[in-house]
Design a protein around this ligand. Structure first.
Ligand code: MN
Length: 349
C-alpha cells in the first residue's frame, strides 16, 4: 500500500507494450513536510468528509497495471468501500455479470478488451451503472470517445484523490441533493411540515451572502443551515456546513455555494410539484396489486444492492396515497435502504 503521505499529491504509472514504464509523481512537497512536522494533520486529506456516505458501497476497478491498482486501493482504503479488481476488460465484463456494483472505474488501455469495448458490453445490459473512465491522455477527442462508449465521466491520470472521491460521491450516493425520504423520516413523515421548511429554506437562503459576516455571525449562520439541511435530507450540504462551521475555512465557500444552489434548485422543483399535486389533489390510492408489484421490484434491486434503483421505486411509491400499514412498511424499507441494510430488507418480505 502506498504511504498515506502521497495522498495529497499524485502518483501514477503508465506503460506501453514493449516500451517499458514511466512513473509520474506530482507530490506537493510542502504538504509532505508539514505532515511530517505535524503527524496529527495527515488524517485530513479532504476538505469534506465523503467517506461516511460511501461506506459499504461496492465498486469494480478495471485496471491492468498492478501499481495503479494498489494506488487506487490505497486511496480508498479508509472509505469503507469494497473494491473488486479486474485485470483487464474481459475480466471486468465477467465480474460485472456475476456481481452487483454501485460503480465501475474503468481504465481505457487494457489488454484483451479495452475500456471502451468493455463499457459497450456492460451498457448492452445495464444503462444505469455509473462508469468512470480513467484516462491517461485526456485530449478532447478521448473524452468524447469515453462519452460515446457510454461512460458517465472521466478522471485524468494521475488520479487526484479529491476528484476521485467527489466523483464517487456524486455517482454513488448523490443522485440528488436532497434525500426527501430521509428528510421526511426526520419529520415523522409530516409532509406539510416538510414543505413548510422547504419554503422557509428557499426564502431565507436564495440571496445568502456569507462573505461579509464576521467569524462569530458566520458560525451562527452555518449552525442554522447545518440543522436545516439535515432536517430536509440535504446530506451533502449539511456536511459542508458542518465542516465550515468547525473550520471557518473561507476557501470552502465555493463548494458551499455550489451545493446550496443545487439544493435550492431542487427545492424549487419540489415546491412547484407539490403545489400542482395539491391543486389536482387526486392522488391515486395504492392498491394491493400495485403494492405487490413495487415490493417485487424493491426486492429484486435490494438483492442486487442497487440503492439508486430502490430510491427510484420509492419515489414512484411516493406519488400514491398509502394506507397506514403500507406507509409503515415502506418507510421502514426506506430507512433500511438509506442505511444500505439490504439483508434486513429481505426480512420485510
Ligand atoms: Mn492500462
Amino acid at each position: 500500500m502506498p504511504d498515506p503521505l502521497v495522498l495529497d499529491g499524485k502518483i501514477w504509472v503508465e506503460s506501453e507494450v514493449g516500451s517499458g514504464s514511466s512513473f509520474i509523481f506530482d507530490l506537493d512537497l510542502k504538504e509532505v513536510e508539514s505532515s511530517l512536522a505535524d503527524k496529527s494533520s495527515e488524517e485530513k486529506p479532504l476538505s469534506v468528509d465523503y467517506s461516511k456516505s460511501l461506506d459499504g458501497s461496492t465498486i469494480l476497478l478495471a485496471e491492468d497495471n498492478q501499481i495503479n491498482q494498489e494506488i487506487i486501493l490505497g486511496l480508498l482504503e479508509k472509505s469503507g468501500i469494497k473494491v473488486d479488481v479486474a485485470n483487464n476488460g474481459q475480466e471486468a465484463v465477467a465480474m460485472f455479470r456475476e456481481n452487483s456494483y454501485d460503480l465501475i472505474l474503468m481504465d481505457i488501455q487494457m489488454p484483451i478488451i479495452d475500456g471502451y469495448e468493455a463499457t459497450k458490453i456492460v451498457r448492452e445490459t445495464d444503462r444505469d451503472i455509473p462508469i468512470i473512465a480513467l484516462t491517461a491522455n485526456a485530449m478532447k477527442k478521448d473524452v468524447e470517445k469515453t462519452k460515446k462508449a457510454g461512460m458517465n465521466e472521466h478522471l485524468n491520470k494521475p488520479v487526484d484523490v479529491k476528484k476521485l472521491y467527489e466523483a464517487l460521491f456524486q455517482y454513488i450516493f448523490q443522485k440528488s441533493s436532497i434525500n426527501t425520504k430521509l428528510g421526511l423520516s426526520h419529520l415523522g413523515g409530516n409532509e406539510k411540515l416538510y414543505v413548510k421548511i422547504l419554503c422557509e429554506l428557499y426564502d431565507n437562503y436564495k440571496d445568502l451572502k456569507l462573505e461579509n459576516l464576521d467569524d462569530k455571525s458566520l458560525k451562527i449562520e452555518l449552525h442554522t443551515i447545518k440543522g436545516l439541511s439535515g432536517n430536509i435530507g440535504a446530506t451533502y450540504l449539511q456536511e459542508i456546513a458542518k465542516e465550515l462551521e468547525t473550520t471557518l475555512d473561507r476557501e470552502l465557500f465555493s463548494d458551499f455555494y455550489k451545493e446550496l444552489n443545487r439544493v435550492l434548485d431542487e427545492v424549487k422543483k419540489k415546491l412547484s410539484s407539490s403545489r400542482s399535486r395539491e391543486n389536482g389533489s387526486n392522488r391515486q390510492v395504492l392498491d394491493d396489486k400495485k403494492r405487490d408489484e413495487f415490493l417485487g421490484k424493491l426486492k429484486e434491486f435490494a438483492l442486487k444492492r442497487r440503492q439508486k434503483q430502490c430510491n427510484m421505486i420509492l419515489d414512484e411509491i411516493g406519488e400514491y396515497t398509502l394506507n397506514k400499514s403500507d406507509e409503515e412498511l415502506f418507510s421502514k424499507i426506506n430507512g433500511l435502504i438509506q442505511n444500505r441494510k439490504y439483508k434486513e430488507i429481505m426480512e420485510q418480505f
